[in-house]
Design a protein around this ligand. Sequence first.
Ligand code: PPE
Length: 303
Amino acid sequence: MEKTAKIWMDGKFVDWNDAKVHVLAHALNYGTGVFEGIRVYETAKGLAVFRLKEHVKRLLDGCKVMGFELPYTAEEVRNAIKETVRINGKVDYVKPCAFLCGEAVGLNPIGVPLTFTITSVYLGSYLGKDAQEKGATLITSSWFRPWNLAAPAGSKVNGIYVTSCLAKMDAKKRGADEAVMLNAQGNVAECSGENIFIYKRGKIYTPKTSDSILEGITRNSIMEIATGLGYEVVESEISKIDMYTADEVFMTGTAAEVTSVAKIDDRLIGEGKPGKVAKELASKYADVVRGKDPKYEKWLDRV
Ligand code: PPE
């Protein structure tokens, strides 16, 4: 990751090193924040933010779930994001975050001051070039995905990400790139920072939103793109066995884009290299985000 000059903080741009909060900030101690991850791509008509409206909507929905009163409209947030990209120049990833910055001891979040920041960075490849080109190696995490009744699994709430961090740590310590988490029912939910898809017997499957997943915006894009290419996409429960025995497995996420999975828990998936369907979808997605397909121009917001 490469730092940038300015961070948008409560309506003003501050220098990277000056974007600070107190050690007793409620969010630092209790995870009370909501964030987003948004990609910015270079297109023939200049820099474009991918699916900005949907990301801002999910952020505001997350604030609603957390009881945060963000003093900005969706349009103001979208404009602030574009302004942050404009001012910093070469960035490819934006991370807005609304969190309780007030100094407080005690869980009650009511009345604790909120801050809203927009950070942009140059991220490059999220899972690494090797995983992207040869297919990623996964482990099944011993940590379960927090389920809908235990946590707001459908929102990008900071505190929930402790589970993702633990799962990712296990993966890295075991020499894998990523971890897949099961849900309370023991079915496949998603990876630490990506949704998951399998291709089996000619159809594409992905877990349902009620399976305690984050309703990924890339997941939604890939479902629409795949349907447009003539694939049947089914949202359904997926067992670990379905996953092991699939012809192909791939992950989707803003940061990871479309990444094939070559191996899970030491078992080769298909031929153990990126499969035909995932490759087709990854290449189509790469075109769509860069404005090379007029059909999906609707998803691009020029900076
Ligand atoms: N599940 C989780 C748990 C998740 O964090 C992400 C995004 C997704 C699925 C995919 O959602 P979407 O980006 O809307 O397609 N993970 C972000 C990376 C997390 C991080 O900060 O690191 C991302 O891809 O931006």
